[in-house]
Write a protein that binds this ligand. Structure first.
Ligand code: NAD
Length: 345
């Protein structure tokens, strides 16, 4: 499989590494920052360009969109229009309206389109699907996403935001929470209504991005789900006591299914853990498939999908559902753009 990448920043490194590790061809990387494009190309032995158009005019089996969220829509739509199969980083776009347009475009062109919610691909997370189907009538749920953020990082974030409306910092809820909302929708079904939401901000950042987000959801299955996300300077909390406190819990009449997910940048050091409390057996079962690099899993499954196999990669419609939920939660908090003060596309 030949893959070309648009965006040669932080996450592109994980994509390039996985493409090469699996023996695929990394053809070309494009970034409007020449130094970034050249550095990634030099490290992984491929060609580079500053022109996304020239990348899109080249044949490839897949184009990976690894630019900041603000540019996902433009780049992904251009790639689909140029006839490419696309892997778009998450969240798919920064507005449900843009995501709806992508759904239409993908439908019209019939090109394969995958979204980078790669946490769902881990075998332990797939096992959680089984656990969550064994809790009986779901009554309640919890989505928790706390990531360690040193206080000293906020001036740097404020600077980033002030310099560029296309900063990859979109707040804890979008940057960190979107993966877990994808898992919630996958395992607990659709949301009927957002009952309440609140965002809290860090002083001194403009445009503002949330550092804490809370939401209360009513699911179509009747359950109530609490969502809590935060970037706080707590470094010893969470299952691994490394500050990464990320879990999804689904509680029913017959059991409790729990999934602890892991720090995205440590796929080779940490593995998720799934647990099921079974009330009828009065016993707890747990599952840990060990270390699986979610980024490699993404490309392994894309290759299968391109040859017609059915795989659990996030579809354009599923990613649209996440973006719709994100917009609904912001609206319930009385905020109509993901970065307050910035008009989203
Ligand atoms: N899957 C995950 O767990 C995960 C983790 C981190 C980041 N991400 C996602 O990866 C994406 C990129 O984040 P990042 O941290 O790598 O950002 P980054 O700022 O480190 O890199 C983005 C790069 O894209 C370039 N760029 C911006 N707009 C461009 C355009 N229109 N055309 C060409 N190049 C362009 C920038 O110059 C920069 O080099 C975001 O969507 C983010 O949400 C996903």
């Amino acid at each position: 499989m030949k893959v070309n990448i648009v965006g040669a920043g932080n996450i592109a490194e994980y994509h390039a590494r996985s493409i090469k590790a699996l023996g695929h061809e990394l053809g070309l990387v494009a970034d409007f920052n020449e130094k970034s494009a050249q550095a990634l190309a030099d490290k992984y032995g491929c060609r580079w360009t500053t022109s996304t158009d020239s990348l899109l005019s080249e044949q490839a089996d897949l184009v990976t969109v690894a630019v900041p969220n603000a540019y996902h829509y433009d780049v992904a739509a251009a790639a689909v229009k140029a006839g490419h199969a696309v892997l778009c980083e998450k969240p798919m776009t920064r507005s449900s309206e843009n995501s709806r347009q992508l759904v239409e475009l993908v439908k019209q062109t019939g090109r394969p389109f995958f979204v980078g919610y790669m946490k769902r691909l881990h075998p332990t997370v797939q096992k959680f699907a089984d656990y969550s189907s064994r809790i009986g009538q779901m009554r309640s749920g919890l989505v928790r996403v706390y990531h360690p953020m040193p206080d000293a990082s906020w001036p740097m974030i404020a600077n980033h935001l002030a310099l560029s409306p296309g900063s990859p910092m979109d707040g804890v809820f979008v940057n960190s929470g979107s993966h877990m909302l994808d898992l919630l929708l996958q395992f607990a079904g659709p949301v009927k209504k957002v009952l309440a939401a609140r965002m809290q901000y860090h002083d001194g950042c403009y445009p503002k991005v949330d550092k804490m987000a809370h939401a209360l959801l009513e699911m179509e299955n009747g359950a109530t789900v609490t969502v809590e996300c935060g970037w706080l300077s707590l470094f010893g909390v969470g299952r691994r006591e490394n500050g990464w406190d990320e879990l999804i819990e689904l509680r029913g009449d017959e059991g409790l299914a729990t999934l602890h997910t892991t720090w995205w940048e440590r796929p080779q050091f940490e593995s998720p853990v799934a647990e099921l409390w079974d009330e009828s057996l009065k016993a707890k079962e747990s599952f840990n498939a060990g270390m699986v690099d979610n980024f490699q899993e993404e490309y392994r499954l894309i290759e299968k999908a391109l040859s017609g196999e059915s795989v659990p990669l996030a579809t354009v419609e599923e990613a649209f559902a996440v973006d719709q939920l994100i917009d609904d939660i912001f609206a319930a908090a009385g905020i109509h753009s993901q970065k307050e003060g910035v008009v989203t596309q």
